[in-house]
Design a protein around this ligand. Structure first.
Ligand code: ZN
Length: 161
């Protein structure tokens, strides 16, 4: 069995634009007209970035759709520093099921759950990189690691939510 860790250490000084998208929504007009300013200020706030990247875990989970959750779960925890990131994607209770999950600035992944037979499943297998709309123009939006095909459209921003 592959025992490589399902996370990577990331350089916390890595370049990138980090801003609060929720703030953009509360004043979308300002956010749309001052993207440059917003970006500059956001770089200074980049410090709060976490030191670990769990992308390998998310890819691992997505590669195990239809398989026994107990086997997937025990392999995952043997290759992780912490169990918590598993549950960012996998809903244990039905009411926690999400069609997709946003992690980080603009990285989206399929929401997962465990069915009655104990198998790991997608909450909605129809969602893809073609179906989601980007929430801003400054970030590269991805779904399960694939770039969104739709372009950012401020007019549709609010209706999308
Ligand atoms: Zn952005």
């Amino acid at each position: 069995m592959d025992k490589k860790p399902l996370y990577r250490k990331v350089n916390t000084t890595a370049r990138g634009v980090f801003h609060l998208h929720s703030k953009d929504f509360s004043d979308s007009r300002r956010a749309n007209t001052s993207t440059l300013m917003e970006s500059k200020r956001s770089v200074m706030h980049g410090k709060k970035q976490r030191g670990l990247d769990y992308t390998p875990l998310f890819k691992f989970l997505l590669s195990k759709i239809g398989q026994s959750w107990s086997a997937v779960h025990s392999e995952a925890i043997s290759r992780l520093d912490s169990e918590e990131p598993i549950f960012w994607l996998v809903a244990i209770r039905a009411e926690e099921k999400k069609e997709y999950v946003r992690l980080g600035e603009a990285s989206y992944y399929s929401g997962l759950y465990v069915d009655e037979e104990g198998l790991l499943q997608l909450v909605n297998s129809k969602i893809s990189a073609e179906s989601l709309a980007p929430q801003c123009a400054c970030c590269t939006h991805t779904f399960n690691g694939v770039r969104f095909t739709r372009k950012y459209d401020p007019a549709h921003l609010l209706s999308a939510w």
